[in-house]
Write a protein that binds this ligand. Structure first.
Ligand code: NAD
Length: 314
């Protein structure tokens, strides 16, 4: 099996490459290092089955030789990144997805799109099943990410219906684990870095908004089961354990043994109030459900940040 992973030097892409290699795949990672870094896959470079090529998938995607699977993970993904890189985010979701789909079509490969729970926007249905169409503000600042992914989903289905490309769409819910950037604006790295350095833990709004977080190993297992199935999707992969952002901050404070105080800051525009995956489809059709418990997963991520204190910037 030869698998192309776009965005392979990012947080999730690097875990995906690692797991694909462990499963005996040959892996070609394409990345322009916009929000990822070669350091994330430095430990894989010795492996003859792994190659990392610097490439912007919005320019073109050309891969010589056979390809069995294309996994399209390239995209800024954290709010700070896509708010700073709005055009790049829209381009990689549109033109980048077009090129990645073109590669899958040319090679007769299975294509998997990394979509997101953000396609549900600020949801009015709870928990969110795949059949929910979402509640997204297209002209708000977050629209650049949400709508890029919604367009990418539509394009994927068009290639499936029109060209018969074997496609799958995964809707990923908030994931955490090693190799997240401490200053990427997501709650877990931010709270952990703040707690570890004794700085105030900054909770947006009153912290009553909810999130459902999944540990990266569980997510990758779910994605690979989808890849190896014949499902088209979309399929939600996330952990239905729902927590308020304030409880998340308090838990991280306790697990790090920190004396940081919890302070409240303004809530970002269009920040979703609730978020919880309905994983009935993944359970029934993939035999998958998350295994890593809430505190156990947080302890692992915190442990990694603790060992990489050089990265902790707030
Ligand atoms: P990340 O920023 O760590 O990784 C994205 C990678 O894509 C980076 O290495 C970046 O350099 C690369 N990239 C961006 N534009 C590119 C381009 N034009 N050409 C080539 N490479 C490019 O983010 P992540 O958290 O690993 O997210 C990976 C994917 O999963 C994204 O598509 C994201 O939308 C999706 N996702 C992630 C989460 C999450 O919780 N992490 C949730 C939902 C969806």
């Amino acid at each position: 099996m030869r698998t192309v992973v776009t965005g392979g030097a990012g947080f999730l892409g690097s875990h995906l490459c690692e797991r694909l290699l462990a499963d005996g795949h040959e892996v070609l990672a394409l990345d322009n290092f916009l929000t990822g870094t070669p350091h994330n896959v430095a430990h894989l470079m010795e492996n003859d089955a792994f190659r990392l090529v610097k490439a912007d998938v919005t320019d073109y995607v050309h891969v010589p030789g056979p390809v069995d699977q294309v996994m399209h993970f390239a995209s800024p993904a954290s709010p700070i990144d896509y708010l700073q890189l709005p055009i790049e985010t829209l381009k990689v979701g549109s033109t980048g997805t077009l090129h990645a789909l073109g590669l899958a079509k040319e090679k007769g490969a299975r294509f998997l799109l990394a979509s997101t729970s953000e396609t549900y926007g600020d949801p009015q249905v709870h928990p969110q099943p795949e059949t929910y169409w979402g509640h997204v503000n297209p002209v708000g600042p977050r629209g650049v990410y949400d709508e890029a992914k919604r367009y990418a989903e539509a394009l994927t289905m068009a290639y499936h219906r029109t060209h018969g490309v074997d496609t799958a769409i995964v809707r990923i819910f908030n994931t955490h684990g090693p190799r997240m950037r401490p200053n990427d604006g997501r709650a877990i790295p931010a709270f952990t870095s703040q707690a570890l350095t004794g700085k105030p833990i900054t909770v947006a709004g009153d912290g009553s908004q909810t999130r459902s977080i999944i540990y990266v190993d569980d997510l990758i297992e779910g994605i690979l089961r989808l890849l190896r199935s014949d499902l088209t999707g979309p399929v939600n992969i996330g952990n239905p354990h729902e927590t308020s952002v304030l409880h998340l901050a308090e838990t991280i404070k306790r697990l790090t043994g920190s004396n940081s105080e919890i302070v409240f800051i303004d809530r970002p525009v269009d920040d979703p109030s609730i978020r919880q995956p309905d994983i009935t489809v993944a359970k029934r059709d993939l035999g998958w459900e998350p295994k890593v418990q809430f505190e156990e997963g947080l302890a692992r991520t915190i442990g990694w940040f603790g060992e990489h204190s050089d990265l902790v910037v707030v």
